[in-house]
Ligand binder design. Structure first.
Ligand code: AHG
Ligand code: MN
Ligand code: MN
Length: 340
């Protein structure tokens, strides 16, 4: 049998990247492998979600006051469990857990990194077989090595991420992650159970034709956002005609598409949610990091997302992210209309 050596697995890729840094310890590669492992387990459950009793609500609400789905809990436990038993993560913060979890044991206290994640993004789409995802951000801890990690390790501005990524459980399952060196995408080959490099060096096109926003909230948006949406409907792309509106309701899927094809995603403040809906630490920051490394931009309407100093684990933020030129145009509207 001839082995196809063109296939580069996630593990091979991260180890290869390390070779450029003779003093690297391999901890980050390890962490990414752990995340890949948890993702594969979640993927198995997602794929058979219609067959087993894993759909629907668990009957409780999470710390954000939202219904918790069984798959949310399953995914949370997988990521937390794998990271707890791995050797590279000192603690985690998750959408599904009220407070950070400090892995206070001998091995974990020596780990350099902490991880924040949204274990299942777009969970409202689970029941209807639409793409969902996982989002994660990795930080180097600021607390003393050898001791349990602390809250301040998690409350760092997004610019301090050393890696960030997402998994999309879609028509194929993909893991995309960024370090400062670039963004790379790996597609899960189900026949061998490996993530393999399929999208090397992803760049977000500077222009796009897609805008993604929940139009149902239109009358709850500020003037700047309304005017920009109006422009999207009229002015159109360089070839003329309006932009195309696409909104799945799973941010992972919406931003993934826009990252590859070019476009803009918005979850603005609304009159009933003046602080926005999406969570800064484990939804906005990882995507802001990935999209910026790929050449795009991300803002809360007033400030670059990655510069915001977080105050609490579950804080929310308005969110605008996407192709550089589209974002710059949007930002002129937001600047002229400060009550965006
Ligand atoms: P989650 O499932 O983790 O709670 O996140 C859902 C988020 C995001 O993925 C999506 O873009 C947004 O909520 C959709 O919200 P609306 O239904 O309000 O548009
Ligand atoms: Mn989410
Ligand atoms: Mn979620």
């Amino acid at each position: 049998m001839i082995v196809n050596r063109k296939v580069l697995t996630l593990d091979e890729f991260t180890i290869q990247q390390l070779r450029d840094f003779p003093h690297a310890t391999g901890e980050l590669s390890n962490l990414l492998r752990d995340i890949g492992l948890a993702a594969k387990r979640v993927n198995v459950e997602v794929n058979k979600a219609g067959l087993v009793d894993i759909l629907g609500d668990i009957g409780t609400v999470n710390v954000q006051g939202e219904d918790v789905k069984k798959l949310d809990v399953f995914a949370n436990n997988q990521f937390m469990g794998v990271l707890r038993h791995g050797i590279s993560c000192a603690g985690i913060g998750s959408e599904e857990l009220e407070d950070v979890v400090v892995f206070d044991d001998e091995v974990s206290n020596q780990s350099k990194y902490v991880c924040l994640f949204d274990p299942l993004d777009g969970s409202g789409n689970i029941d209807v077989n639409v793409s969902i995802g996982t989002i994660f951000g990795v930080y180097r801890r600021v607390s003393e090595l050898g001791k349990p990690c602390r809250k301040e390790d998690f409350l760092q501005p997004g610019i301090k991420q050393v890696a960030a990524g997402y998994i999309i459980y879609g028509s194929s399952t993909m893991m995309v992650y960024a370090t400062r060196r670039g963004v790379n995408g790996f597609t899960l080959d189900p026949s061998i159970g490996e993530f393999t490099l399929s999208h090397p060096h992803i760049q977000c096109p500077p222009d796009g034709k897609i805008y993604s926003v929940n139009h149902g909230n239109f009358f709850k948006y500020g003037q700047g956002v309304k005017k920009y949406i109006d422009l999207c409907q009229r002015k159109g792309n360089p070839e003329g005609g309006p932009y195309t509106q696409r909104y799945i309701g799973s941010m992972v899927a919406d931003v993934h598409r826009n990252l590859i094809k070019g476009g803009i995603f918005m979850y603005p403040a609304t009159t009933d949610k003046p602080g926005g809906k999406l969570r800064l630490l484990y939804e906005c920051n990882p995507f802001a990091f990935i999209v910026e490394v790929a050449g795009g931009r991300a803002t809360n309407g007033k400030e670059r997302i990655l510069d915001i100093q977080p105050a609490s684990l579950h804080q929310r933020s308005p969110f605008f992210i996407g192709s550089k030129n589209m974002m710059e145009e949007l930002e002129t509207f937001l600047k002229d209309n400060p009550n965006t």
